[in-house]
Design a protein around this ligand. Structure first.
Ligand SMILES: [Zn+2]
Ligand SMILES: [Zn+2]
Length: 405
């Protein structure tokens, strides 16, 4: 079906479509566009192999898929094209997977389910995070108790489309068993994709089949073998990068390609409307009018998730220029020897990474139970030189992505 969609995109240029899901009554509007999707990464320094890979894939998307999903409330004139097709998959990668998250107010935000490293405390659940990104709901590192924290946070199994596990220590993975069974119990109608270190395949299988249940959902296992780009929908690229921890651990980075925002007043002034808008987006020129004359650059947004690692090049590459960075800061700076011994970061190290990488909103989390006062992490983050927006994460925090640059 996605190939058929791609073909449609190629022929029509810009197609607006809607999906009505009878079960949830969600209505989705999206855009297929072969217009400019520059796919340049906001890399602040040292364009790494990873960054190049992301950029290349985004560029490839422009030619092979050329489609983008517009979230509710984020429509631009490019989404108000003339043709409507019903019953189509929105994202190509996971057909009909959009009914869970779309139609709700939250569009792009991080929902913090748990913030404790190693063991839960009376105030902090084991690790766990959901990133809502338009139609996608990505569950990161579900520790023990994640299913119940989802309930507290108002996240349902239907909201999830993807699971990303950095590594198989229990605080990052013990929740898999419960969440996977819940996804099946609730008969989530769309496939779910799971990424995790390939070296931990046996752990994933044990957790997936920890006890008896009826499988009703397609769960794609997409283990991460090495650094690089993971299969992801055209709306973004998802990259993995190996970190430095006693067991194999991968950080993740999600990047939306740059694109162009159409300007309705200029289109109207030049008498360009209806199907001509799509034609101009596709061909870059129409009756002497250039795409640049009626549009402006639209910078893609980015997100990175870095858990359980010592300082290493991958940490900087993953964080480079991110709009929102979630990073572990297990220890305070005075315990740096412990952090180094156990393969973790301190608050000051995490802050220096974010400052150097040009991160806009830094979320520090995965705190050791030995510390009682979160204010110490905030103080060391500022002493570490990070001057941007800062959140010392608490369970059930909701953190929106910063406004587009
Ligand atoms: Zn951990
Ligand atoms: Zn760990």
């Amino acid at each position: 079906m996605s190939r058929w969609l791609t073909a449609m995109a190629g022929r029509l240029g810009s197609v607006v479509f809607a999906i009505w899901d009878a079960g949830y009554g969600a209505s989705v509007r999206g855009s297929l566009s072969t217009g400019e999707m520059v796919g340049d990464l906001p890399v602040a320094f040292g364009r790494s192999h990873l960054a190049r890979s992301c950029r290349e894939l985004a560029s490839q998307d422009r030619t092979t898929h050329g489609m983008r999903v517009a979230a509710p409330g984020m429509s631009t004139p490019e989404t108000s094209a003339p043709e409507t097709v019903r019953g189509m998959p929105v994202c190509g990668f996971a057909p009909v997977h959009c009914q869970g998250t779309v139609g709700k107010l939250s569009v792009r935000e991080l929902i913090v389910l748990g913030t404790a490293s190693q063991v839960p405390t009376s105030h902090r659940n084991h690790n766990g995070y959901v990133l809502r990104w338009d139609a996608e709901g990505i569950l990161f590192d579900p520790g023990e108790g994640t299913q119940r924290q989802m309930l507290h946070a108002g996240v349902t199994a239907h909201d999830l489309t993807r699971i990303c596990v950095t590594h198989f220590h229990g605080d990052h993975s013990l929740g898999l068993a419960g969440v996977i069974q819940r996804i099946n119990l609730d008969r989530v109608p769309h496939p779910i994709t799971a990424h995790y270190p390939a070296s931990g395949q046996r752990f994933f299988e044990r957790l997936r089949y920890a006890s008896v249940y009826k499988e009703t959902v397609i769960l794609h296992e997409a283990p991460v073998e090495d650094d690089g780009v993971l299969p992801s929908p055209p709306a973004f690229t998802l990259c993995a990068r190996r970190l430095d921890h006693p067991v194999e651990s991968f950080g993740y980075r999600l990047v939306e390609p740059d694109s162009r925002r159409m300007l309705p007043e200029r289109l109207a002034a030049l008498g360009i409307e209806g199907p001509d808008i799509g034609r101009l987006q596709r061909e870059g020129e129409l009756r002497g009018v250039l795409l640049e004359d009626v549009s402006e650059p639209r910078t893609g947004q980015s997100f990175a998730f870095i858990m359980d690692t010592r300082l290493c090049n991958a940490v900087f590459d993953l964080a480079a220029g991110c709009d929102l960075l979630v990073i572990e800061s297990t220890f305070l700076d005075e315990d740096e020897p412990l952090a180094s011994e156990h393969g973790h970061l301190t608050a000051g190290q995490a802050a220096r990474v974010a400052a150097f990488a040009g991160v806009r909103h830094l979320v520090m989390t995965h705190f050791s139970q030995r510390y009682a006062d979160p204010a110490d992490f905030e103080r060391q983050a500022r002493e570490g030189g990070f001057a941007g927006e800062l959140t010392i994460a608490r369970d059930l925090d909701r953190i929106p992505l910063p406004k587009r640059r």
